[in-house]
Structures are given as structure tokens and as C-alpha cells.
Design a protein around this ligand. Structure first.
Ligand SMILES: Cc1cc2nc3c(=O)[nH]c(=O)nc-3n(C[C@H](O)[C@H](O)[C@H](O)COP(=O)(O)OP(=O)(O)OC[C@H]3O[C@@H](n4cnc5c(N)ncnc54)[C@H](O)[C@@H]3O)c2cc1C
Length: 435
């Protein structure tokens, strides 16, 4: 059996290419395999690519605050040649409405304060000054369109918000994967596109490579599952589902693109807004558009998908519901008759916190369950996965003695066991895309 590589990475999304880059920098000969023709054309391409720092857990906040710095220093991080077209990070800030549901953001502010991540508390006047198109009536809880109370304010008002000034978004998420792929290739990483993994090869109780759909075998002592919404299928192929307390599942999502109301330049003067009162988040988009995603309120049906290659890619009533909910906040919003935006899949985990871990099969690793909120963390997740693989392959038992990992920018150490596949469900999670 000829070894093709030291490690085979399944998936060339933003996290898969970051894992390739970080392992290649450590001297590993990596081979990334993807069924798509181009890197970043899985769920990464559909991402809103919001880089925010507010998470309900301390570990989640630390990881995201660390993650921000790589986007800020993108060209330097990649060591990219001057003529390479790079994805851009737009640092427009993120405003999060205080609501009963998010505990008035008390926990989030404590996490940020403890980590030295800047934030500002705003009152209603400051919100109105930043976003003059916003009406601050409260509509919580979010309702279905057939509920007689849909669109009716509840009599309360949004009283305040927290603004995280360092937050922003990346203009072209697929390009950011390609940037990472190019950076990895400069360190010797190889890529096999249009190659679908059909089987995880095993021998003597460990992973030994992958078999492609056309029958070709690729051999390596390490295989890493970074297959996004296909992660559960790949884990099933490896036979590693049994010892996992946290499972992953593909969840269908619709993102609305609407023009900003006339007379307000949302692209230049707007901000990212997370608004649990109407169960939506939004961000500025090119051409003075606004991109509106859902925070998945309990009243909306969750559409779980068994086959991530075969699902409804058309807009549904969910698009209209999201647009109308945003119209509750922005009364001057014009809702186009033709739906535009994105239909894609999250790889949602049981507690909406990712799994960055080894598995029950020696040599087989997983970076999955990214739950609609790990784009921002791709570079640091790649670095942590590379350290985890090196730690385990050196003979350490990460299950019994979890790896401690230093976050280089913010100078904190995290227990990688936080992301274990075998953890108890994390009760501190928001159990939503907010993580
Ligand atoms: C609508 C939407 C909005 C989002 N918004 C945000 C946001 O604002 N901020 C944020 O931080 N995160 C966000 N996310 C989440 C973020 O985009 C994802 O966590 C991230 O892109 C996942 O990257 P990945 O590399 O793990 O997976 P992917 O990009 O899905 O890549 C997986 C790759 O694996 C390949 N693959 C799968 N199966 C096989 C197989 N059998 N053989 C070969 N190749 C295979 C696929 O072709 C694909 O290219 C959002 C996600 C979605 C869907």
C-alpha cells in the first residue's frame, strides 16, 4: 500500500482549507479531497460570513475574539503574494438588541469584558441615531404568518443594545477558502477536486485512507472529516457515530437579500444587527442591499435534510416571513416581488457548538457541527485541529487528557475538550445559530 499523503482532508470549505494550511505549515504532506470543482463551493459559499464576538459561552467568545484577528490581518496571515485577489474584511461593527430572551446580554458583556474585547452599551437614542430607518417597537416572541398577532407590536420597546465595534463581515467567503487553499499549496498541500469520498478505508483498527466513488483508493494514516453538512454521512462511513453524545445534522436555511430603503446608505452607514426581538440578524451587502438571516425561532419549522446534495433549493414561504419580520423593524423597507438571496445548509450540532475532535477510530478526526456560526473561526479552528492531530498522533489520549491550546493573539489557553464529541450537551448554549 503506497502512502499518498500524511493526512487526507475531506472538504475544501473555509475550515477544510484552513486545516490544510495549518497542517502544511507544520510540515505535513496533506491531500484535500472535494467532490466540487472549486474550493469554497460548499456551504461556505452561502455563508453570511459575519465575524462577531458575542457568544453565550466564555470559550465561544474567546475563540471568536481570537478568530477576528486573522480576518483583520488576512494578507499577512496568508503571506499572500501582492497580486493575489483576496477576500476583504469590512469592520462595520455589530449591534445586538437587548432582550429578555438574551438576558439583556449581561453574560455576553461579562465574557467580552473578561477577554478585553471592546463593546459599548447603547440606549435607544443611540440606536436611532445610528439606524434612523429603525422603529424600536417590540414584537417578541416571533410568530408565524398565520398567527393573528403576526406583525402586531406587543406594546413594549427595545430599550437598549450592545455594540461590538470590531465585528464585521467578509465580502466573498468562497474566495476566502480559495485564498486559504492557495496559501496551503504554497506550503506543499495538494488538492484533488471533483473527487467524491465513498468509503473510509480501515486496517488494523485505524483509518488508512479513503476510497473514491470511482473506486480509486487514496492512502494516509490520518483522515479528517471537514465535510460540512455531509459530516454525519462521513462519520457514518467511518463507523464512529456510536461513542458520540453530540450528533450533527444538515438544517436548511434561507437568507433574504433586499435593497436598503431609499435615502439610507446601509452599506456605508449601517452595521450588522442581531435582533432576537424579531428573531433575525442582518448585515450590509454590496450594492446597498441588506442580507437578512433567521435566528430560527421555535415557531418556525426546522427543515432537517438527510441528503446534503438533494434538497429544495427554491425559496419558500420562509423567505417572505423573514422579509416581513424585517419590515416590522424597518417600516420603510420595500419587499421585492421576486425573492433573492441564498438557500443553503447548516451542519447543526445537538447544542449548536462545533465538534473539533478525534474519534473512536484511531487516525480519523472531525471538524464539524459548525452550526451556522463557525466561518469566523476557520483560521483558528484550522490551527487548533492541526495541533490536535499532532497531539494525538504523538500518542496522547485526548479523551482522557484533553489538549490545552494557546490562542496566540489574545494570549488565553483553552481546553480543547470543550469541543469534544463526547461532551455533555452544553446547557449554556443559546441552542441557536448564535452559539
Ligand atoms: C446560510 C448560512 C449563513 C452562515 N452565516 C455565517 C456567519 O454569518 N458567520 C459565521 O461565522 N458562520 C456562518 N455560517 C457557517 C459557516 O459558513 C460554516 O460553518 C462554514 O462555512 C463551514 O465550512 P466547512 O469548511 O466546515 O464546510 P463546507 O464549506 O460546507 O465544506 C464542506 C466541503 O465538503 C465537501 N464534501 C462533502 N461530502 C464530500 C464527499 N463525500 N466527498 C468529497 N467532498 C465532500 C463539500 O463539497 C464541501 O465543499 C453560515 C452558514 C450558512 C449555510
Amino acid at each position: 500500500m503506497t502512502k499518498t499523503a500524511d493526512a487526507i482532508i475531506i472538504g475544501t470549505g473555509v475550515i477544510g482549507t484552513a486545516v490544510a494550511f495549518e497542517l502544511a505549515k507544520l510540515g505535513w504532506k496533506t491531500l484535500s479531497v472535494d467532490r466540487n470543482a472549486k474550493a469554497g463551493h460548499g456551504s461556505t459559499a452561502g455563508s453570511c460570513a459575519i465575524i462577531r464576538m458575542h457568544y453565550s459561552t466564555f470559550d465561544g467568545t474567546a475563540f471568536a475574539w481570537e478568530g477576528y484577528h486573522y480576518w483583520r490581518d488576512w494578507a499577512e496571515y496568508l503571506q499572500a503574494p501582492a497580486d493575489e485577489a483576496l477576500a476583504k474584511f469590512i469592520e462595520c461593527g455589530c449591534l445586538v438588541m437587548k432582550t429578555e430572551g438574551n438576558g439583556q446580554l449581561e453574560k455576553h458583556m461579562v465574557n467580552s469584558r473578561d477577554l478585553g474585547c471592546p463593546y459599548e452599551e447603547w440606549d435607544a437614542d443611540q440606536i436611532a441615531a445610528k439606524l434612523p430607518i429603525y422603529a424600536l417597537d417590540s414584537f417578541a416572541p416571533a410568530k408565524r404568518r398565520d398567527d393573528p398577532g403576526f406583525g402586531q407590536p406587543n406594546g413594549g420597546r427595545i430599550g437598549g443594545a450592545v455594540f461590538w465595534p470590531k465585528a464585521g463581515y467578509v465580502t466573498d467567503p468562497a474566495l476566502s477558502s480559495q485564498n486559504l487553499g492557495n496559501a496551503a499549496a504554497r506550503h506543499g498541500a495538494a488538492f484533488r477536486m471533483k473527487a467524491e469520498v465513498a468509503e473510509i478505508l480501515q486496517s488494523g483498527g485505524r483509518a488508512t485512507g479513503v476510497k473514491l466513488a470511482d473506486g480509486e483508493e487514496l492512502h494516509a494514516p490520518v483522515v479528517i472529516n471537514v465535510a460540512g453538512p455531509a459530516s454525519a454521512r462521513i462519520n457514518a462511513m467511518a463507523g464512529v457515530l456510536e461513542d458520540m453524545t453530540i450528533s450533527t445534522r444538515a438544517l436548511r436555511q434561507e437568507v433574504v437579500h433586499v435593497p436598503a430603503p431609499e435615502g439610507f446608505d446601509f452599506e456605508a452607514n449601517g452595521t450588522i444587527v442581531s435582533d432576537s426581538d424579531i428573531a433575525l440578524y442582518c448585515r450590509p451587502e454590496h450594492g446597498n442591499h441588506i442580507l437578512v438571516g433567521s435566528e430560527d425561532p421555535p415557531c418556525d419549522a426546522h427543515e432537517w435534510v438527510d441528503d446534503d446534495t438533494d434538497y429544495n433549493r427554491e425559496f419558500s414561504d420562509q423567505w417572505t416571513v423573514q422579509a416581513l419580520r424585517y419590515g416590522q423593524r424597518v417600516p420603510s423597507l420595500g419587499i421585492p416581488s421576486q425573492a433573492r438571496g441564498v438557500v443553503d445548509l447548516y451542519d447543526a450540532s445537538t447544542d449548536w457548538i462545533p465538534i473539533y475532535d478525534k474519534s473512536a477510530l484511531p487516525g480519523f478526526y472531525m471538524a464539524c457541527g459548525t452550526s451556522g456560526n463557525q466561518y469566523k473561526n476557520a483560521p483558528i479552528a484550522g490551527k487548533m485541529m492541526a495541533a490536535l492531530v499532532a497531539y494525538c498522533e504523538a500518542g496522547n489520549d485526548h479523551d482522557s487528557t484533553p489538549l490545552s491550546f494557546d490562542l496566540p493573539y489574545i494570549g488565553k489557553t483553552v481546553d480543547v475538550g470543550f469541543y469534544s464529541r463526547k461532551r455533555p450537551v452544553n446547557a449554556e448554549s443559546s441552542f441557536s445559530v448564535l452559539g
